[in-house]
Write a protein that binds this ligand. Sequence first.
Ligand code: ZN
Length: 236
Amino acid sequence: MSTDLPALPDDFARVLAVAAHPDDLEYGAAAAVAAWTSSGREVSYVLVTRGEAGIADLPPEKAGPLREDEERRSAAVVGVHDVRFLEHRDGVVVEGIDLRRDLAREIRRARPELVVVNSHHETFGPGAWNSADHRAVGRATIDAAGDAANRWIFPELVDEGFEPWQVRYVAVASSTQPTHTLDVTGHQEAAIASLAEHQAYLTALDPRPVAEQAREVVLATTGGDDGRARVDFEVF
Ligand SMILES: [Zn+2]
C-alpha cells in the first residue's frame, strides 16, 4: 500500500456503503467504517444480494437468511444499524438499468455525501480476477451516484418520493488504482470483530478458527508499512 497518497476528504456527515455480498465490506473497508462511526458519522449499508450462493454445502434458501443475519451483526459491531438488502440474485447480478435504479433509490433514501463501494476493476492485482458481481455492483454504484442527482433519469423515483440527491464523493475500496488514504489506526480490532461475525461463512471456507482468519485478513488489508493502519480508496 502506498504511504504517499493524500488523505481522504473528511467533509461529510453521512456515508452509504454498497456491497454485492455479506462479508465484502468486512474485507478492509469496515476499519474505515469503524473510524467514521466513532467520529460521529452516520453510516448505512446496502447489500445488493443476500450472498445466498456463497456456501457450497448450504442451499440458497438456508444460506440467504443466515448470511443476512451475519451481516447485520457484523455491521452492528462497527456502529452500523441501517442495513438494507436489495435481493438481487447472488452470482448473477446484472449491471444495468434495474440495478442502477435500485441503487439510485438507496442513495436518495440515505442522502450520503460519501458513497463507498468495493472495486469495479477486473482484477485485485496480477492473477486475482475480481468476481462478476463485484464488477457489476462497483460500476453500477459509480453510475448510480450520478443518476441519483438527475431528476429525469429515473423519474419514477421522484414519484415514489425520492427527490434527487448530489453525492460529493464515491470512494472505491480494494482498488488497484488508489488515489487517497484514510488512517484507521486504532480501528483494526473493531474490523476484525466485524469480519468474525461471518461465522458460518468463514467456517465453510476455511477450517481454522474464525477469529484467526479475521485477524489475518484485516491486518493484511489495513497494515501500513510505517506502523500505522490505513484503508486506501480510489476516489471519483
Ligand atoms: Zn463478494
